[in-house]
Design a protein around this ligand. Structure first.
Ligand code: SAM
Length: 287
């Protein structure tokens, strides 16, 4: 047993590869092998990784749906002296994945919590995006419901730091469409697809160009979307209308005396979207 494993139990949160198995760190492999127990998001998935590295440590499942029962059980084991390594299906546990709650429980119980760093999709995409890396906000997956999603997008429209999103391939087109509506088509942006895998690909252009590209090419694989922050000069570039959401534009026109139907028609024209999209944006208000 290495010096790192003491008699007192502790929790490690370990990165696992996001595609390329060679991105598993030497320290991660050693610690996974030496721990008393591995708490994995999906034991079937992780068994393949562990088999690849000839690791035979017992596995238990720890995920979003059992964390409330399983978390305290794992804490008990650590208090009794066990060293547990928590892993997710890919990348860092706790980043759009289970792990953060277990870390909180362990900290509250006075257990030492330590990282085993490694692969992460968001930061890997960011550093190769060509966009500003000095200040950024990670949003992970956008909320699915119309209202929450719209409110968040409205909030972030004027954020000056780089924005990072995760998205599943079957939602990529609609998410890019919503980002274009909320932030305008001219923002510099990039998609990072299948990072570290055989078909890794970066597209670095503008939000509008990304939306156009993926409306013609079916998205396949895993994606990170990186968007440049709001630039004060942008107002001149895109015109004030594109800085407003459809609802804000309709309201502005109504306040100027226009009827709702006409305001919706004008909004659609100004934003280059369909009247149906404007109607949907207004409906989302009430969902
Ligand atoms: N914990 C992970 C991390 O640290 O990156 C993130 C897990 S989250 C459930 C899965 C999302 O991460 C995917 O939908 C995708 O947006 C992104 N992702 C994971 N692996 C990726 C890869 N190889 N290339 C691009 N994006 C990836």
């Amino acid at each position: 047993m290495s010096e790192e494993l003491t008699k007192q139990g502790m929790l490690y949160l370990s990165a696992t590869p996001i595609g390329n198995l060679e991105d598993m760190t030497l320290r991660g492999i050693r610690m996974l092998g030496e721990a008393d127990l591995i708490a994995a998001e999906d034991t079937r998935h992780s068994r393949k990784l562990l088999a690849h590295f000839d690791i035979h440590t017992p596995l238990t499942s720890y995920h979003e749906h059992n964390k409330l029962d399983k978390g305290p059980e794992l804490v008990k084991k650590m208090l009794a002296g066990d060293t547990i390594v928590c892993i997710s299906d890919a990348g860092l546990p706790g980043i759009s994945d289970p792990g953060a709650h277990l870390a909180q429980l362990a900290i509250e119980a006075g257990i030492k919590v330590s990282p085993l760093p490694g692969a992460n999709a968001a930061l890997s995409a960011l550093i190769c995006s060509g966009l500003d890396t000095t200040a950024f906000t990670f949003y992970g997956f956008l909320p699915k419901t119309g209202k929450k999603r719209r409110e968040l997008l409205e909030q972030i429209a004027r954020k000056t730091e780089t924005l990072i999103f995760y998205e599943a391939p079957h939602h990529l087109k609609s998410t890019l469409g919503d980002l274009v509506k909320a932030l305008g088509p001219h923002r510099p942006a990039a998609t990072a697809r299948e990072l570290t895998k055989k078909f890794e690909e970066f597209r670095r252009c503008t939000l509008g160009d990304l939306a156009d590209y993926y409306s013609e090419h079916e998205p396949k694989g895993e994606f990170v979307i990186i968007v440049g922050g709001y630039d004060n000069d942008e107002a001149d570039l895109v015109g004030p209308a594109e800085q407003l959401s459809p609802r804000e534009l309709v309201e502005q026109m109504e306040a100027a005396g226009m009827g709702r139907k006409e305001a919706m028609r004008e909004t659609a024209k100004k934003l280059g979207i369909s009247r149906r999209d404007v109607y949907q944006a207004l409906l989302d208000e009430f969902t």
